[in-house]
Ligand binder design. Structure first.
Ligand SMILES: [Fe+2]
Length: 290
């Protein structure tokens, strides 16, 4: 898919319905990976890089140089494959600076080892709202879009394509939940309005799609489509209406099936916790005792 010199290749992880993107300038040029997925079978504790290897295969076949792996946020529904791709591509991992708040919250919830410092040092770069950087001829602008979590970022490329993480979904699916720690429906509404102020033809690439019966997975829409059709936040819906809808709906949602493993790994930039004395890595399940 082409958009004013922004080329986009999408990869769907069927288990979590996540889209990973390779955003690049041209064959033989520079690019980035956004939100890579590590395959994880919670029943056996087994990980695999099958999905990430497909991304890597594309990068090799298009002969791309990839200096950045970009995360939109600490995902709760899949484990990140960023460390695998960092090693394979000699790349750096970037995320929003507010990840430190997420690390602090979950360090307490999981009673992590004292050596785990919630200072963002697990990542190579912590982006602030308004930061800009270049990757070849691609100009990236960082927009802080909290609400789903405190650390969510949107990456705007060449002013014409935005990668919104879990801020917006396809118009018939709506928006992401806001009931995780530090989430806020009020704040999500305002973040979305910032994005929907971009010009009408700006392309919006989403991180997940949960298509209704009879529709295939889709991953790209526009500001104009969202403003006229998004079932949760189209133009005429007020902040108060949105917040009521979002909070009522969130109260009915089950936790994502991989939230406990995913968060423990993703706040370490996709690295596993340290192995125990027997050389094995364990993930924790905090139990809510009666
Ligand atoms: Fe998410």
């Amino acid at each position: 898919m082409q958009n004013s010199n922004v080329q986009v290749q999408a990869f769907l992880d069927n288990d979590s319905e996540t889209f990973t993107y390779v955003v690049y300038e041209k064959t033989g040029g520079f690019g980035v990976v956004i939100d890579p997925v590590l395959d994880f079978d919670a029943k056996s504790g087994r990980t695999s890089t099958d999905g990430a290897e497909k991304v890597l295969g594309f990068i090799k076949s298009a002969n791309l140089q990839v200096p950045w792996i970009l995360e939109t946020h600490a995902h709760a529904d899949h484990l990140s494959a960023a460390p695998f791709l960092r090693n394979a591509l000699n790349a750096k991992i970037g995320i929003g600076s507010k990840i430190t708040e997420v690390q602090k919250t979950f360090k307490a919830i999981f009673n992590l080892e004292k050596e785990f410092l919630p200072n963002g040092s697990h990542f190579d770069a912590l982006f602030e709202d308004g930061d800009e950087f270049e990757v070849g001829s691609l100009r990236f602008k960082v927009v802080h879009t909290p609400g789903h979590t405190p650390a969510d970022l949107t990456y705007v490329v060449n002013g014409s394509a935005m990668f919104v993480g879990d801020t917006l979904f396809m118009p018939d699916v709506g928006t992401a939940r806001c009931d995780f720690p530090g989430g806020s429906a009020h704040i999500l509404y305002r973040s979305i309005k910032t994005l929907l102020n971009y010009s009408a033809d700006t392309q919006i690439y989403i991180c997940h799609d949960y298509p209704p019966e009879g529709r295939e997975h889709e991953f790209v829409t526009t500001v104009a489509e969202q403003r006229s059709n998004n079932k949760h936040v189209r133009d005429k819906i007020t902040e108060a209406e949105f917040v009521n809808m979002r909070e009522e709906r969130d109260a009915t949602l089950a936790m994502p099936k991989l939230i406990l493993p995913a968060i423990q790994v993703n706040i370490r930039a996709g690295k596993m916790p340290p192995a125990e004395e027997n050389g094995t890595v364990y993930l924790k399940i905090p139990i809510d005792q009666l």
